[in-house]
Design a protein around this ligand. Sequence first.
Ligand SMILES: NC(=O)CC[C@H](N)C(=O)O
Length: 380
Amino acid sequence: MSKPAILVLADGSVFHGKSIGYDGFTIGEVVFNTAMTGYQEILTDPSYHHQIVTLTYPHIGNTGANDEDTESRSVYAAGLIIRDLPLLHSNFRSNISLQDYLIKNKTVAIADIDTRRLTRILRDKGAQAGCIYVGTDEAKALELAKSFGSMAGQDLAQRVTCNELYQWTEGEWHLPVSNNGKAYETQNQPEFHVVAYDFGVKHNILRMLAERGCRLTVVPAKTSAEAVLALNPDGIFLSNGPGDPEPCDYAISAIQKLLATKKPIFGICLGHQLLGLAAGGKTKKMTFGHHGANHPVQDLDSQKVLITSQNHGFEVDEASLPANVRVTHRSLFDGTVQGIELTDQSAFSFQGHPEASPGPNDVAYLFDRFITELRKAKTA
Ligand SMILES: NC(=O)CC[C@H](N)C(=O)O
Protein backbone atom coordinates (compact mmCIF):
# COMPACT_ATOMS: atom_id res chain seq x y z
CA MET A 1 0.00 0.00 0.00
CA SER A 2 1.22 3.47 -0.87
CA LYS A 3 1.75 5.83 2.00
CA PRO A 4 0.10 9.26 2.04
CA ALA A 5 2.39 12.11 1.02
CA ILE A 6 2.11 15.88 0.69
CA LEU A 7 3.68 18.53 -1.48
CA VAL A 8 3.99 21.92 0.21
CA LEU A 9 5.24 25.03 -1.59
CA ALA A 10 7.02 27.91 0.14
CA ASP A 11 3.93 30.08 -0.50
CA GLY A 12 1.91 27.73 1.74
CA SER A 13 0.07 25.82 -1.04
CA VAL A 14 -0.60 22.23 0.03
CA PHE A 15 -1.29 19.19 -2.22
CA HIS A 16 -2.27 15.77 -0.93
CA GLY A 17 -1.24 12.62 -2.78
CA LYS A 18 0.51 9.31 -2.30
CA SER A 19 4.14 8.35 -2.14
CA ILE A 20 5.41 6.49 -5.21
CA GLY A 21 9.10 6.64 -4.36
CA TYR A 22 11.55 6.60 -1.49
CA ASP A 23 10.34 7.15 2.02
CA GLY A 24 11.24 10.45 3.70
CA PHE A 25 11.24 14.00 2.38
CA THR A 26 13.00 16.14 -0.18
CA ILE A 27 13.35 19.87 -0.78
CA GLY A 28 14.27 21.89 -3.85
CA GLU A 29 13.06 24.40 -6.43
CA VAL A 30 9.80 23.12 -7.94
CA VAL A 31 9.68 23.42 -11.74
CA PHE A 32 7.29 22.05 -14.35
CA ASN A 33 8.32 20.14 -17.47
CA THR A 34 5.95 19.74 -20.43
CA ALA A 35 7.63 16.70 -22.06
CA MET A 36 5.14 13.89 -22.74
CA THR A 37 7.72 11.22 -22.05
CA GLY A 38 11.43 10.88 -21.39
CA TYR A 39 11.01 10.85 -17.63
CA GLN A 40 14.07 8.69 -17.08
CA GLU A 41 16.33 11.05 -19.05
CA ILE A 42 14.81 13.98 -17.15
CA LEU A 43 15.36 12.40 -13.74
CA THR A 44 19.01 11.62 -14.55
CA ASP A 45 19.87 15.03 -16.10
CA PRO A 46 22.37 16.59 -13.66
CA SER A 47 20.97 20.04 -14.57
CA TYR A 48 18.01 19.14 -12.33
CA HIS A 49 20.17 18.91 -9.20
CA HIS A 50 18.20 20.50 -6.32
CA GLN A 51 15.07 20.80 -8.47
CA ILE A 52 11.83 18.91 -7.91
CA VAL A 53 10.27 18.20 -11.29
CA THR A 54 6.56 18.10 -11.94
CA LEU A 55 5.58 16.56 -15.26
CA THR A 56 2.50 18.17 -16.80
CA TYR A 57 1.70 15.13 -18.94
CA PRO A 58 -0.80 13.18 -16.78
CA HIS A 59 0.34 9.56 -17.25
CA ILE A 60 3.95 8.97 -16.33
CA GLY A 61 5.58 5.56 -16.02
CA ASN A 62 3.79 3.75 -18.87
CA THR A 63 7.03 2.48 -20.39
CA GLY A 64 8.81 1.63 -17.14
CA ALA A 65 12.55 2.16 -16.87
CA ASN A 66 15.75 0.45 -18.01
CA ASP A 67 19.52 0.56 -17.59
CA GLU A 68 20.18 2.48 -20.81
CA ASP A 69 18.06 5.62 -20.98
CA THR A 70 20.06 7.51 -18.39
CA GLU A 71 21.84 10.80 -18.93
CA SER A 72 24.31 10.35 -16.06
CA ARG A 73 25.28 7.77 -13.46
CA SER A 74 22.28 8.40 -11.16
CA VAL A 75 19.08 10.31 -10.55
CA TYR A 76 19.86 14.00 -9.98
CA ALA A 77 16.37 15.51 -9.75
CA ALA A 78 15.55 16.19 -6.11
CA GLY A 79 12.10 14.66 -6.51
CA LEU A 80 9.27 13.84 -8.89
CA ILE A 81 5.65 15.02 -8.91
CA ILE A 82 3.08 13.41 -11.21
CA ARG A 83 -0.67 13.14 -11.70
CA ASP A 84 -1.03 9.43 -12.37
CA LEU A 85 1.21 6.40 -12.20
CA PRO A 86 -0.30 3.69 -14.44
CA LEU A 87 -0.92 0.31 -12.80
CA LEU A 88 0.94 -1.47 -15.58
CA HIS A 89 4.04 -0.58 -17.54
CA SER A 90 4.98 -2.11 -20.83
CA ASN A 91 7.93 -1.76 -23.18
CA PHE A 92 10.31 -4.29 -24.72
CA ARG A 93 13.27 -2.38 -23.27
CA SER A 94 11.88 -1.99 -19.76
CA ASN A 95 13.23 -4.11 -16.92
CA ILE A 96 11.88 -2.21 -13.91
CA SER A 97 8.80 -0.15 -13.06
CA LEU A 98 9.14 3.60 -12.52
CA GLN A 99 8.14 3.18 -8.87
CA ASP A 100 10.82 0.53 -8.23
CA TYR A 101 13.33 2.67 -10.13
CA LEU A 102 12.55 5.65 -7.90
CA ILE A 103 12.86 3.55 -4.74
CA LYS A 104 16.12 1.99 -5.96
CA ASN A 105 17.53 5.46 -6.66
CA LYS A 106 16.31 6.84 -3.29
CA THR A 107 14.14 9.41 -5.06
CA VAL A 108 11.20 10.86 -3.15
CA ALA A 109 8.14 11.17 -5.41
CA ILE A 110 4.43 11.92 -5.17
CA ALA A 111 1.47 11.00 -7.40
CA ASP A 112 -2.27 11.70 -7.48
CA ILE A 113 -1.95 15.45 -7.15
CA ASP A 114 -3.53 18.13 -9.36
CA THR A 115 -0.50 18.99 -11.49
CA ARG A 116 -2.56 21.53 -13.48
CA ARG A 117 -3.24 23.56 -10.34
CA LEU A 118 0.42 23.27 -9.36
CA THR A 119 1.61 24.39 -12.81
CA ARG A 120 -0.72 27.41 -12.76
CA ILE A 121 0.76 28.47 -9.41
CA LEU A 122 4.32 28.11 -10.77
CA ARG A 123 3.42 30.05 -13.94
CA ASP A 124 1.82 32.90 -11.98
CA LYS A 125 4.26 33.15 -9.09
CA GLY A 126 7.38 31.65 -10.65
CA ALA A 127 9.37 28.58 -9.71
CA GLN A 128 9.55 28.34 -5.95
CA ALA A 129 10.93 26.20 -3.18
CA GLY A 130 8.92 23.19 -2.13
CA CYS A 131 8.97 19.99 -0.12
CA ILE A 132 7.62 16.51 -0.88
CA TYR A 133 6.99 14.90 2.49
CA VAL A 134 5.94 11.30 2.97
CA GLY A 135 3.44 11.73 5.79
CA THR A 136 0.91 14.42 6.62
CA ASP A 137 2.75 16.99 8.77
CA GLU A 138 2.01 20.16 6.77
CA ALA A 139 3.70 22.56 9.21
CA LYS A 140 6.94 20.56 9.13
CA ALA A 141 6.83 20.32 5.32
CA LEU A 142 6.31 24.10 5.02
CA GLU A 143 9.25 24.76 7.32
CA LEU A 144 11.41 22.42 5.22
CA ALA A 145 10.22 24.03 1.94
CA LYS A 146 11.14 27.49 3.22
CA SER A 147 14.59 26.29 4.29
CA PHE A 148 15.61 25.73 0.64
CA GLY A 149 15.89 29.43 -0.26
CA SER A 150 16.51 30.31 -3.91
CA MET A 151 18.41 28.80 -6.82
CA ALA A 152 19.86 32.27 -7.53
CA GLY A 153 23.45 32.50 -6.33
CA GLN A 154 23.96 28.72 -6.07
CA ASP A 155 27.02 27.29 -7.81
CA LEU A 156 25.98 23.65 -8.25
CA ALA A 157 28.22 22.81 -11.22
CA GLN A 158 31.17 22.14 -8.94
CA ARG A 159 29.01 19.74 -6.89
CA VAL A 160 27.96 17.50 -9.78
CA THR A 161 31.13 17.55 -11.89
CA CYS A 162 33.45 14.54 -12.22
CA ASN A 163 36.36 14.19 -9.77
CA GLU A 164 38.95 13.38 -12.41
CA LEU A 165 39.26 13.69 -16.16
CA TYR A 166 38.20 10.71 -18.26
CA GLN A 167 37.97 9.66 -21.90
CA TRP A 168 34.63 9.13 -23.68
CA THR A 169 34.29 7.03 -26.86
CA GLU A 170 30.67 5.82 -26.84
CA GLY A 171 28.58 6.94 -29.80
CA GLU A 172 24.84 7.32 -30.31
CA TRP A 173 22.16 4.76 -29.53
CA HIS A 174 21.06 2.60 -32.45
CA LEU A 175 18.32 0.10 -33.15
CA PRO A 176 18.51 -2.79 -33.74
CA VAL A 177 20.92 -3.52 -30.95
CA SER A 178 24.26 -4.37 -32.56
CA ASN A 179 25.87 -7.82 -32.65
CA ASN A 180 27.93 -7.35 -29.55
CA GLY A 181 24.72 -6.77 -27.63
CA LYS A 182 25.41 -3.11 -26.96
CA ALA A 183 23.06 -0.42 -28.15
CA TYR A 184 25.86 2.15 -28.09
CA GLU A 185 28.73 1.75 -30.54
CA THR A 186 32.26 2.69 -29.54
CA GLN A 187 33.76 5.14 -31.99
CA ASN A 188 37.27 4.03 -32.89
CA GLN A 189 38.57 6.48 -35.46
CA PRO A 190 38.15 9.97 -34.16
CA GLU A 191 39.16 12.91 -36.32
CA PHE A 192 39.30 15.55 -33.57
CA HIS A 193 40.26 15.82 -29.93
CA VAL A 194 37.74 17.84 -27.93
CA VAL A 195 38.07 18.73 -24.27
CA ALA A 196 34.61 18.82 -22.70
CA TYR A 197 34.06 20.72 -19.47
CA ASP A 198 31.77 18.69 -17.24
CA PHE A 199 29.50 21.10 -15.38
CA GLY A 200 26.95 18.27 -15.11
CA VAL A 201 27.18 16.90 -18.64
CA LYS A 202 24.39 14.82 -20.18
CA HIS A 203 25.71 11.65 -21.76
CA ASN A 204 23.89 12.15 -25.06
CA ILE A 205 25.96 15.27 -25.71
CA LEU A 206 29.13 13.20 -25.42
CA ARG A 207 27.59 10.45 -27.56
CA MET A 208 26.66 12.89 -30.32
CA LEU A 209 30.15 14.41 -30.34
CA ALA A 210 31.79 10.95 -30.37
CA GLU A 211 29.46 9.80 -33.17
CA ARG A 212 30.65 12.74 -35.25
CA GLY A 213 34.32 11.88 -34.91
CA CYS A 214 35.43 13.45 -31.65
CA ARG A 215 37.75 11.84 -29.16
CA LEU A 216 36.62 13.35 -25.89
CA THR A 217 38.55 14.18 -22.78
CA VAL A 218 35.99 15.17 -20.14
CA VAL A 219 37.44 17.41 -17.44
CA PRO A 220 36.18 18.61 -14.02
CA ALA A 221 34.48 22.01 -13.82
CA LYS A 222 37.42 23.69 -12.08
CA THR A 223 40.07 22.63 -14.61
CA SER A 224 42.21 25.64 -15.51
CA ALA A 225 42.54 26.91 -19.08
CA GLU A 226 46.25 26.06 -18.91
CA ALA A 227 45.50 22.43 -18.01
CA VAL A 228 42.97 22.21 -20.85
CA LEU A 229 45.46 23.64 -23.36
CA ALA A 230 48.13 21.20 -22.16
CA LEU A 231 45.84 18.43 -23.50
CA ASN A 232 46.24 20.01 -26.94
CA PRO A 233 42.57 19.99 -27.98
CA ASP A 234 41.24 20.90 -31.43
CA GLY A 235 38.24 22.49 -29.74
CA ILE A 236 36.50 22.98 -26.41
CA PHE A 237 32.99 22.03 -25.34
CA LEU A 238 31.13 23.67 -22.42
CA SER A 239 28.44 21.44 -20.94
CA ASN A 240 25.02 21.93 -19.44
CA GLY A 241 24.71 21.91 -15.66
CA PRO A 242 22.65 22.89 -12.63
CA GLY A 243 22.39 26.10 -10.64
CA ASP A 244 23.18 29.73 -11.31
CA PRO A 245 25.94 30.38 -13.89
CA GLU A 246 27.04 33.70 -12.37
CA PRO A 247 28.88 32.37 -9.28
CA CYS A 248 30.95 29.99 -11.49
CA ASP A 249 33.77 32.54 -11.67
CA TYR A 250 36.46 29.84 -12.10
CA ALA A 251 34.72 28.68 -15.31
CA ILE A 252 34.09 32.18 -16.62
CA SER A 253 37.76 33.16 -16.29
CA ALA A 254 38.94 29.86 -17.82
CA ILE A 255 36.60 30.39 -20.80
CA GLN A 256 37.96 33.92 -21.25
CA LYS A 257 41.51 32.53 -21.49
CA LEU A 258 40.36 29.80 -23.88
CA LEU A 259 38.60 32.37 -26.08
CA ALA A 260 41.91 34.19 -26.38
CA THR A 261 43.42 31.09 -28.10
CA LYS A 262 40.72 31.32 -30.84
CA LYS A 263 40.13 27.56 -30.69
CA PRO A 264 36.54 26.57 -31.65
CA ILE A 265 34.19 26.62 -28.65
CA PHE A 266 30.65 25.19 -28.41
CA GLY A 267 28.42 25.57 -25.35
CA ILE A 268 25.07 24.08 -24.35
CA CYS A 269 22.67 25.46 -21.72
CA LEU A 270 24.82 26.29 -18.66
CA GLY A 271 27.75 26.27 -21.11
CA HIS A 272 25.86 28.79 -23.25
CA GLN A 273 25.24 31.03 -20.24
CA LEU A 274 28.91 30.79 -19.20
CA LEU A 275 30.03 31.70 -22.74
CA GLY A 276 27.72 34.74 -22.58
CA LEU A 277 29.21 35.76 -19.23
CA ALA A 278 32.80 35.19 -20.44
CA ALA A 279 32.09 37.34 -23.50
CA GLY A 280 31.08 40.22 -21.21
CA GLY A 281 27.30 39.72 -20.96
CA LYS A 282 25.08 39.10 -17.97
CA THR A 283 22.59 36.39 -16.99
CA LYS A 284 19.39 36.64 -15.00
CA LYS A 285 16.86 34.37 -13.32
CA MET A 286 13.66 33.70 -15.30
CA THR A 287 10.21 33.52 -13.71
CA PHE A 288 9.61 29.82 -14.29
CA GLY A 289 12.11 29.04 -17.02
CA HIS A 290 11.77 26.58 -19.88
CA HIS A 291 11.50 22.85 -19.23
CA GLY A 292 10.06 20.52 -21.85
CA ALA A 293 10.57 18.74 -25.13
CA ASN A 294 8.23 20.78 -27.30
CA HIS A 295 9.38 24.41 -27.18
CA PRO A 296 9.50 26.37 -30.44
CA VAL A 297 12.73 28.26 -31.13
CA GLN A 298 13.59 30.20 -34.26
CA ASP A 299 16.95 30.03 -36.02
CA LEU A 300 17.25 33.70 -36.97
CA ASP A 301 19.53 32.98 -39.96
CA SER A 302 17.48 30.27 -41.69
CA GLN A 303 14.17 31.59 -40.24
CA LYS A 304 13.30 27.95 -39.50
CA VAL A 305 11.24 27.10 -36.44
CA LEU A 306 12.74 24.24 -34.45
CA ILE A 307 10.94 22.16 -31.85
CA THR A 308 13.40 21.87 -29.00
CA SER A 309 14.20 20.22 -25.72
CA GLN A 310 14.59 22.75 -22.90
CA ASN A 311 15.66 22.83 -19.30
CA HIS A 312 16.79 26.13 -17.88
CA GLY A 313 15.81 28.67 -15.24
CA PHE A 314 18.36 31.35 -16.08
CA GLU A 315 18.85 33.25 -19.35
CA VAL A 316 21.45 35.37 -21.10
CA ASP A 317 20.34 39.01 -20.85
CA GLU A 318 20.24 40.25 -24.43
CA ALA A 319 20.61 43.92 -23.49
CA SER A 320 23.90 43.15 -21.73
CA LEU A 321 25.63 41.57 -24.73
CA PRO A 322 28.68 43.35 -26.17
CA ALA A 323 28.89 44.33 -29.85
CA ASN A 324 30.82 41.20 -30.90
CA VAL A 325 28.07 38.85 -29.69
CA ARG A 326 25.20 38.14 -32.06
CA VAL A 327 21.89 36.50 -31.13
CA THR A 328 21.33 33.51 -33.45
CA HIS A 329 18.24 31.83 -31.95
CA ARG A 330 15.18 33.09 -30.11
CA SER A 331 12.42 31.42 -28.10
CA LEU A 332 9.02 31.79 -29.74
CA PHE A 333 7.38 31.43 -26.32
CA ASP A 334 8.82 34.56 -24.77
CA GLY A 335 11.39 36.03 -27.17
CA THR A 336 14.34 35.23 -24.90
CA VAL A 337 17.82 34.49 -26.25
CA GLN A 338 18.26 30.84 -27.30
CA GLY A 339 21.57 31.02 -29.13
CA ILE A 340 24.57 33.30 -29.51
CA GLU A 341 27.78 33.45 -31.49
CA LEU A 342 30.88 35.58 -31.36
CA THR A 343 31.27 37.49 -34.60
CA ASP A 344 35.08 37.70 -34.43
CA GLN A 345 35.93 34.05 -33.74
CA SER A 346 34.54 30.52 -33.74
CA ALA A 347 32.50 30.35 -30.52
CA PHE A 348 28.79 29.67 -30.37
CA SER A 349 26.20 28.24 -28.01
CA PHE A 350 22.61 27.14 -27.59
CA GLN A 351 20.35 27.61 -24.57
CA GLY A 352 18.15 24.56 -25.15
CA HIS A 353 19.28 20.97 -25.61
CA PRO A 354 20.37 20.06 -29.17
CA GLU A 355 21.15 16.57 -27.85
CA ALA A 356 17.43 16.14 -27.02
CA SER A 357 17.29 13.05 -24.76
CA PRO A 358 14.43 13.50 -24.33
CA GLY A 359 13.01 15.41 -27.25
CA PRO A 360 13.21 16.10 -30.97
CA ASN A 361 16.45 16.27 -32.96
CA ASP A 362 15.69 19.52 -34.80
CA VAL A 363 18.79 21.25 -33.40
CA ALA A 364 21.26 18.38 -33.95
CA TYR A 365 22.71 20.41 -36.83
CA LEU A 366 24.62 22.50 -34.27
CA PHE A 367 26.81 19.46 -33.55
CA ASP A 368 27.54 19.25 -37.28
CA ARG A 369 28.35 22.93 -37.27
CA PHE A 370 30.87 22.41 -34.46
CA ILE A 371 32.50 19.63 -36.51
CA THR A 372 32.73 22.00 -39.50
CA GLU A 373 34.39 24.60 -37.26
CA LEU A 374 36.85 22.01 -35.89
CA ARG A 375 37.73 20.90 -39.42
CA LYS A 376 38.22 24.49 -40.60
CA ALA A 377 40.49 25.26 -37.64
CA LYS A 378 42.48 22.06 -38.11
CA THR A 379 43.13 22.61 -41.80
CA ALA A 380 43.79 26.37 -41.48
N1 LIG B 1 20.31 22.57 -18.45
C1 LIG B 1 21.13 23.48 -18.01
O1 LIG B 1 22.32 23.48 -18.31
C2 LIG B 1 20.57 24.49 -17.06
C3 LIG B 1 21.42 25.73 -16.89
C4 LIG B 1 21.10 26.50 -15.62
N2 LIG B 1 21.29 25.68 -14.47
C5 LIG B 1 19.69 27.05 -15.67
O2 LIG B 1 18.85 26.61 -14.94
O3 LIG B 1 19.41 27.94 -16.42
